[in-house]
Design a protein around this ligand. Structure first.
Ligand code: COI
Length: 356
């Protein structure tokens, strides 16, 4: 394994004193991990250095054509002081899936998990401990060739930054209001919807902005062709409980394969619930709502964790779900998932990885 060089900051920052107002993505730690890729040399010069602005050529390709990928993970500190990561190998594997689609060279997944552990170890005093908080880990890769022609890059940077965070949504675990988007689309099959890359989020901004102005927290995307089948919510995958079936859209190429989604499915099945990955139309959800069979809906994501949906608005139709309260299944998933991530419950799934 390549050796990681370490340069300690001479100017450590003040850590946020009030963990209850961390919000999401407001603070960054003292150090970051960085390594370069150069054609012919591969990934090289891994180093942990003081957190600092990047110097990029204004022609750097990531600035023009969006050749970049990213991941989202978290580190937690248990009551015993152990530092835990949650299924980090899944994120690095997904990063390589995104890399493949974006013509970015493959990373050594094991080495990158090691690098993330080393960075988190250096910054462990930054991990907040108050209930609901964690250290968000943002690995990303950008193309930096100074070239305004369109082609796959030969020079890239892999960087990891860390941010102490609280809940992603101001609602926390309170149910969110979701707007069903019928005008804009996020992705289509054959596009980049399954890859974790900035372009998908850029495509979502207009819709998100309009929904926010109408008082909604997020938008629910429908498929880009028939505008009928449910895909995902802006920053999370989505589940609906109809009768005794827990349904989540199948991964058909335009949906992100969430690590939390995968974990929810595995957890729910281990408890004996019927979980189905299939096509689910918005009409089916609306019909179930009309017939009183739509019991719960929730989103899942690293940043969002489990986020209950209290209301869905589809055109003129407003569908309050479970009286706008968190449902039994959402609560059970949240408790068990976070219990395991924060080391409060035994890790029967073997999902947590200790940083030591
Ligand atoms: C995550 O859940 O980690 C994400 O990447 C969502 C994000 C865009 C905040």
């Amino acid at each position: 394994m390549q050796e990681i060089k370490f340069e300690r900051t001479q100017n450590p920052k003040q850590k946020p004193a009030d963990q209850s107002s961390l919000g999401f993505g407001k603070y960054y730690t003292d150090h970051m991990f960085i390594m370069n890729y150069d054609e012919g040399q591969g990934w090289h010069d891994p180093r942990i250095i003081p957190y600092s602005p990047l110097t990029l050529d204004p022609a750097a390709m990531c600035l023009h054509y969006g050749q970049e990928v990213f991941e989202g993970m978290k580190a937690y500190k248990s009551d015993k002081g152990e530092v835990l990561l949650f299924r980090p190998e899944k994120n690095m594997a997904r990063m390589n899936v995104s890399n493949e689609r974006l013509c970015i060279p493959q990373i050594d997944e094991e080495f990158c998990v090691h690098a993330i552990k080393e960075l988190v170890k250096v910054e462990q005093d930054w991990i907040p401990t108050q209930e609901g908080t964690s250290l968000y880990i943002r690995p990303f890769i950008i193309a930096v060739d100074p070239h305004v022609g369109v082609h796959p890059a030969n020079h890239l940077l892999f960087i990891v930054i860390l941010s102490p965070v609280g809940a992603y949504y101001p609602e926390g675990l309170n149910p969110v209001k979701i707007f069903v988007e019928s005008t804009y689309v996020r992705a289509v099959k054959g596009g980049i919807g399954f890859a974790k890359t900035g372009g998908n989020y850029a495509a979502s901004l207009k819709s998100q902005d309009e929904a926010t102005k109408k008082g909604f927290t997020q938008v629910l995307w429908l498929d880009g062709v028939e505008r009928k089948y449910i895909e995902e919510v802006g920053t999370m995958n989505v589940f609906f409980v109809i009768d005794d079936e827990i349904i989540t859209p199948e991964l058909q190429g335009s949906i992100l394969s969430g690590v939390t989604r995968m974990s929810c499915i595995e957890m729910l099945r281990s408890w004996g619930y019927k979980v189905t990955e299939r096509k689910l139309s918005i009409d089916e959800v609306a019909k179930a709502f009309d017939e009183g069979r739509l019991k719960e809906a929730f989103g899942s994501g690293t940043a969002a964790v489990i986020s209950p949906i209290g209301e869905l608005c589809w055109g003129e139709k407003v569908m309050p779900i479970n009286d706008g309260k968190i449902g039994e299944i959402s609560q059970k998933l949240y408790d068990n998932l976070t219990g395991l991530q924060w080391g409060k419950l035994p890790d029967t799934f073997n999902w947590t990885v200790k940083v030591d």
